[in-house]
Design a protein around this ligand. Structure first.
Ligand code: HEM
Length: 191
C-alpha cells in the first residue's frame, strides 16, 4: 500500500474537511472518496492522526450523521491565516485574528449571516483539531508551511509528524472550550 499524495481525479468526491480530504489524497481512505466505511475511517484516524479509541469512535459516529453542506474553498481565508502567522507559525492569536476578519466580512456581505451557539461550537472544534493534531508535537503551534500544505493541497507535509501521544476527546474539548470563550469575547466586541 502506497500512501503517496495524489491530487483527486475527475469524478472523485471530496468533503468540506481538509483533514478527511488529505486522508483520501494519501490513500488512507479510498482515493475516489466514495463508499467510505466507518471501519476505514476509524482506522485512518488512529493510524494517521493518533486519535485514541474513544475519540476516533466519536468522530466516526459524528461523521456518519453529517451530510449535505454547501461549501466553497475560500483561498482568501487561507491567505489571511498565513498573513496572520507570527514568527512563521500559526498561533492562537493568528486564528483569533483570522476569525475576526472572517466574521466581519460575513456580517457585512451576507444578509443571512448568523453566528450563534452552533457555529461557535463548530468553529472552536475545528480550531482545536487543527492545533492539537497538526500542531501536536510543536506546542500546538503549526508551522506556516505545514498549514499551507494542509489547506491548499490537502496534503500532509513531509515535515509534519504524527502526534507523539494519542489525542483524546478531553484534549479536543478542552482546547475547544478555550476557543469558544475567545470567539464569544470577539463577537461581543464586534457587535
Ligand atoms: C471524522 C472526522 C471529521 C469530520 C466528520 C470532519 C468534518 C468537517 C466538516 C463538515 C467541516 C466543515 C465545517 C464547516 O462548514 O465549517 C470540517 C472542517 C474542518 N476540519 Fe474536519 N472533520 C473531521 C476530522 C478532522 C480532523 C482530524 C482535523 C484535523 C486534523 C480536522 C480539521 C478541520 C479544519 C481545520 C476545518 C476547517 C476548514 C476551513 O474552514 O477551511 N477535521 N470538518
Amino acid at each position: 500500500m502506497s500512501y503517496e499524495w495524489q491530487a483527486p481525479q475527475e469524478g472523485d468526491e471530496r468533503s468540506p474537511c481538509p483533514a478527511l480530504n488529505a486522508l483520501a489524497n494519501h490513500g488512507y481512505l479510498p482515493r475516489n472518496g466514495k463508499d467510505i466505511t466507518p471501519r476505514q475511517l476509524f482506522e485512518a484516524l488512529q493510524k494517521v492522526f493518533n486519535e485514541n479509541t474513544s475519540f476516533a469512535m466519536y468522530q466516526v459516529a459524528g461523521c456518519f450523521t453529517l451530510y449535505g453542506e454547501n461549501w466553497v474553498v475560500r483561498n482568501d481565508l487561507v491567505d489571511q491565516l498565513i498573513t496572520n502567522s507570527i514568527d512563521g507559525k500559526i498561533k492562537s492569536e493568528s486564528i483569533k485574528n483570522t476569525f475576526r476578519a472572517r466574521y466581519l466580512d460575513c456580517k457585512e456581505n451576507n444578509p443571512d449571516f448568523t453566528f450563534g451557539f452552533f457555529q461557535v461550537q463548530l468553529a472552536s472544534g475545528e480550531y482545536s483539531l487543527f492545533q492539537n493534531i497538526m500542531g501536536a508535537n510543536t506546542n500546538k503551534e503549526v508551522d506556516v508551511k505545514i498549514a499551507e500544505t494542509f489547506f491548499r493541497e490537502e496534503r500532509l507535509a513531509n515535515e509534519w509528524t504524527r502526534p507523539n501521544s494519542s489525542v483524546s476527546l478531553s484534549t479536543i474539548f478542552g482546547t475547544s472550550n478555550e476557543f469558544s470563550k475567545i470567539i464569544n469575547a470577539e463577537i461581543k466586541k464586534l457587535n
